[in-house]
Design a protein around this ligand. Structure first.
Ligand SMILES: [Ca+2]
Ligand SMILES: [Ca+2]
Ligand SMILES: [Ca+2]
Ligand SMILES: [Ca+2]
Length: 117
């Protein structure tokens, strides 16, 4: 039960009132910040679905919480490769996230080749 949320549904629309100071997706970013400043999804901790949470992407200037950097996207029938490896160090952003290195710094990358193991 969420006393802060009210949803009104019409035939062709849904209008939802949320508390601006709540953090519905529990990613540490208040709803009002996500809506007004980031234009990210206040209901998803990973707004763009690239498996990197919004606050992490926010902390790294080469990433965006509303741009999917991990996977190619299909837009108007064309495949957009995105910027899977933002710092061009040969390790994809998502792997750097998982392995704790800096996806924006080519000097920071996992030890050894990523595909050996
Ligand atoms: Ca949030
Ligand atoms: Ca994300
Ligand atoms: Ca992203
Ligand atoms: Ca890196």
């Amino acid at each position: 039960m969420d006393q802060h949320r009210f949803t009104f549904t019409g035939a062709t629309w849904t209008y939802q009132v949320i508390n601006p100071h709540d953090d519905d997706d529990h990613d540490g970013l208040p709803n009002v910040v996500e809506i007004d400043q980031l234009h990210s999804d206040p209901m998803k901790a990973d707004s763009d679905g690239d498996n990197m949470p919004d606050p992490y992407e926010l902390a790294h200037p080469c990433l965006s919480p509303i741009v999917n950097e991990a996977f190619p996207t299909l837009r108007e029938g064309r495949v957009i490769p995105g910027i899977a490896d933002a710092d061009h160090d040969g390790t994809e952003n998502r792997d750097e996230f998982l392995r704790g290195t800096d996806p924006c710094d080519p000097e920071s990358r996992p030890e050894g080749p990523a595909d050996v193991g």
